[in-house]
Design a protein around this ligand. Structure first.
Ligand SMILES: NC(=O)c1ccc[n+]([C@@H]2O[C@H](COP(=O)([O-])OP(=O)(O)OC[C@H]3O[C@@H](n4cnc5c(N)ncnc54)[C@H](OP(=O)(O)O)[C@@H]3O)[C@@H](O)[C@H]2O)c1
Length: 241
């Protein structure tokens, strides 16, 4: 049995990643923070479609480093980790509080790295170990009004570059998928006019769909992707590239 932890399975991108991986034969730990209903719905759907695979729910507040050991104790074997949880905060840097910085840093950088550290030995024992971060085009190019979010998404990409070198000899690959503007809850605050403005900046003229991100995660988890590590795949409809 090959099994992956998908954080943020209750979010739109994470949900789609779980559907894609399950279709490829993966058993899954479905992580959620507050939206238990959504992962219960996903669990039922996956159990019905893929009765030979196993699906487990795991809850954790990933802005809190003390959650890592409890999370680790809920994982038996593990072949892959996909980090697809997280939120942003809007505003100018001058208004950013130390508490907001800690929150975003812990959620996007410190806690995922602590999880990778905690499960390193488990993944080491498996063939074709995989770690994937859902990062952001803002982590590559930067965005005003989301300066600290851009900072933490860039830190994920830096971690991927460095850690991939440390574990390459184990056959463990570490990559990022850098998403552009995707049609998810995270972007549901945009007004109609704001969405039109945003779309006019994107060469493809539209937002991406969650399935257009999960497709690449699915590819990265295949055994055939074994020689690709330390990379950032940008999936942004040509936006900001
Ligand atoms: N949408 C985009 O345009 C876009 C672009 C680039 C990168 N991304 C990245 O893609 C990832 C997923 O975003 P999405 O668009 O799928 O957003 P989403 O639908 O709003 O999902 C957010 C996910 O993060 C989880 N979460 C929120 N606070 C958490 C906490 N304290 N601890 C643990 N989990 C927490 C949520 O869990 P609950 O619902 O259970 O609370 C949910 O599963 C994020 O890392 C985001 O930065 C998104």
């Amino acid at each position: 049995m090959k099994i992956a932890l998908v954080t943020g399975a209750s979010g739109d991108i994470g949900f789609s990643i779980c559907q894609s991986l399950a279709a490829d034969g993966w058993s899954l730990y479905l992580h959620y923070h507050s939206n238990k209903q959504k992962v219960i719905q996903l669990l039922k759907e996956l159990e019905q479609s893929f009765p030979k695979q196993e699906f487990f729910l795991v809850q954790a507040d990933l802005s809190d480093a003390t959650a890592v050991s409890a999370l680790k104790n809920q994982l038996f074997s593990l072949n892959a980790l996909v980090f697809a949880h997280g939120t942003t905060e809007f505003g100018l840097l001058r208004d950013l509080t130390p508490e907001s910085m800690d929150y975003l840093w812990n959620m996007h950088v410190k806690v995922p790295i602590l999880i990778a550290q905690a499960v390193q030995e488990k993944i080491h024992r498996t063939e074709n170990g995989r770690i994937v971060f859902i990062s952001s085009i803002y982590g590559e190019m930067g965005s005003s009004n989301e300066v600290f979010y851009s900072t933490v998404k860039g830190a994920q990409i830096a971690f991927v570059k460095a850690y991939s070198k440390e574990v390459a000899s184990w056959g463990l690959t570490v990559n990022a998928v850098s998403a552009g503007a995707i049609n998810t809850q995270m972007n549901s605050h945009y007004s109609g006019d704001e969405l039109l403005d945003l779309k006019s900046e994107i060469p493809m003229g539209r937002l991406g769909e969650a399935s257009e991100i999960s497709f690449w995660v699915q590819q990265l988890l295949k055994p055939e992707s074994a020689y690709m590590t330390g990379q950032t795949l940008t999936v942004s409809g040509g936006w900001l590239k």
